[in-house]
Design a protein around this ligand. Structure first.
Ligand code: NAD
Length: 486
């Protein structure tokens, strides 16, 4: 075991053992146990929700500035732990060290700092007074109004395995900043660093019950949380689970933020800088083994540059070192579990059966241990095939061909998903024109870089709602109209 530390649930400011014991968290590269994580009982999920409910009135009545100050202290307490947390989160996620240090850990601190800052700004909207006529309802006059942001209440934050700390921070920081209390349910595969994060929450002086963590090895913990007396579910994960959560939450009108699957189209025009396109598309292989919802996994290439682009992509993929995520020169580490590797391989096989050409990769890398998938490039893909329609969530890129702009847009939009699409072109007006036609929550023109202040979320089956920057504050608040006569 990497860690002989004990990991417990964090409920109402106290550390408690899982009522159903514990389960092993496995390092995806070594297949060794990292540590045991607590297996919460359904009653303990209820305890966490009750604690969050009890803490809500006092927490929501605190001034936003006070909440911001506590978030800043939380970021300080977390940052002190970074040297210990990097090896832990690396081991449980299988991320390369570069990804572990930056996007797995540092980004978490940055998110708390950003929302500590945003909490200090006034997000209510003062409306100009309206001249209202006499009506049978009430006397006319000059009527003032304020659109006030109120917290939603108790928020269940249910997160996926790919970026356990960062994803949690993207939910918890804006939720707490706006006066909500939270129960966090990290993914079963890698909950350990999130449990350690709770130590920082404790040290920062957050009142008991404001921040709680429950964990479990199966769907039961999350399901119990969604069914409990909560006001909102903020969920990031797969579309099928999001659908189930939506059905359950709808019964009690629980508020929803659903960040779901994606199958990012990357439209590459004949005038594109192919070097830039290859570097962007190549991130599907080189960044966290393609386990990222926004990856440009579905290339839609203009026929005239198709062969050149494929050759360049093949060159890029063939160059990437697969293996031990702790080695400095490794670019592609393992995927999270054997189940995930088997899923990727089965989908690849369906592509082969349909007639796709495997230009690079396709075979399981020979390693002593670990759940590896080689960077793989499939060409000759038809949009209706499973490999073009379903998520791999692994280092696999598929290539389709188009002849004109309308066809490119139709192919890109011919997907149940609509999370993040990309356009590569040398013509800025075409880039903008195409972006506006894509049925996708986010579009990158000639870049896979992000702007963290921009709204983030999906069209279609990729989800409901937006977070990111100030939009995160909006997501975790209800607008209340307060109206008065002048
Ligand atoms: P998943 O849907 O299997 O699990 C996500 C979380 O939901 C886990 O914590 C899991 O335990 C929990 N869960 C499972 N069943 C549940 C139920 N019935 N009720 C409540 N909770 C339940 O997803 P995953 O495999 O961890 O992550 C990969 C998926 O996440 C991919 O589809 C990917 O596209 C998506 N994702 C989306 C975004 C985004 O921002 N849109 C970001 C990252 C990942």
């Amino acid at each position: 075991m990497l860690s002989d530390q004990t990991f417990r649930l964090f409920v109402d400011g106290s550390w408690v053992d899982g009522a159903k014991g514990s389960y092993a968290v496995v390092n995806p590269a070594t297949e060794q146990v990292v540590a045991e994580a607590p297996e919460a009982g359904v009653d303990q999920v209820g305890d966490a929700v009750a604690a969050a409910r009890a803490a809500f009135p006092a927490w929501s009545r605190r001034s936003a500035a006070e909440r911001g100050e506590l978030l800043r202290r939380l970021a300080d307490a977390f940052e002190k732990r970074i040297p210990d947390l990097v090896p832990l989160v690396q081991a449980e996620t299988g991320a390369t060290m570069r990804v572990a240090k930056t996007l797995q850990v540092t980004q978490c601190a940055l998110r708390f700092r950003r929302y500590a800052q945003l909490a200090n700004e006034d997000h209510d909207i003062a409306l100009p007074p309206a001249v209202m006529p006499n009506t049978p309802l009430a006397k006319g006059g000059l009527i003032g109004a304020l659109a006030a942001r109120q917290p939603v209440g108790v928020v269940a934050c249910i997160t996926p395995y790919n970026f356990p700390l960062t994803n949690m921070a993207g939910k918890v920081a804006p939720a707490l900043a706006t006066g909500n209390t939270v129960v966090v349910k990290p993914a079963p595969q890698d909950p350990l660093a999130v449990i350690r994060f709770a130590e920082a929450a404790e040290e920062s002086g957050l009142p008991p019950g404001v921040f709680n963590v429950v964990t479990g090895s199966g769907a039961e913990t999350g399901q119990a949380l969604v069914e409990a007396d909560i006001d909102m579910v903020s969920f990031t994960g797969s579309t099928p689970v999001g659908q189930r959560i939506g059905e359950t939450a709808g019964r009690d009108m629980k508020r929803l933020l659903l960040e779901l699957g994606g199958k990012g189209a990357a439209v590459v025009f004949d005038d594109a800088d192919l070097g830039s396109a290859v570097a962007g598309i190549g991130s599907t292989w080189s960044f966290h083994s393609g386990q990222i919802c926004t990856a440009p996994t579905r290339v839609i290439a203009h026929r005239s540059i198709h062969d050149e682009l494929v050759a360049k992509l093949a060159g890029y993929a063939g160059y990437l070192k697969v293996g031990d995520p702790l080695a400095d020169d490794t670019v592609v580490g393992p995927v999270i579990t054997k189940t995930q590797r088997d899923r990727v391989e089965a989908l690849l096989e369906s592509g082969r059966q349909d007639g796709a050409e495997v230009v690079v990769g396709g075979a399981r890398p020979q390693t002593e241990s670990g759940y590896y998938v080689a960077p793989t490039l499939l060409t000759g893909v038809k949009n209706e095939w499973r490999v073009a329609q379903e998520e791999f969530f692994g280092p696999v890129v598929v290539v389709e061909v188009f002849d004109d702009e309308d066809e490119a847009v139709a192919l890109a939009n011919g997907s149940p998903f609509g999370l993040y699409d990309y356009v590569w072109t040398g013509d800025a007006s075409r880039g903008y024109r195409v972006a506006r036609q894509l049925r996708s929550g986010n579009v990158g023109i000639n870049t896979v870089q992000r702007n963290n202040e921009a709204p983030f979320g999906g069209f279609k089956m990729s989800g409901v709602g937006r977070d990111g920057g100030v939009f995160g504050l909006h997501a975790y608040s209800e607008l209340q109209s307060i109206v008065w006569p002048s």
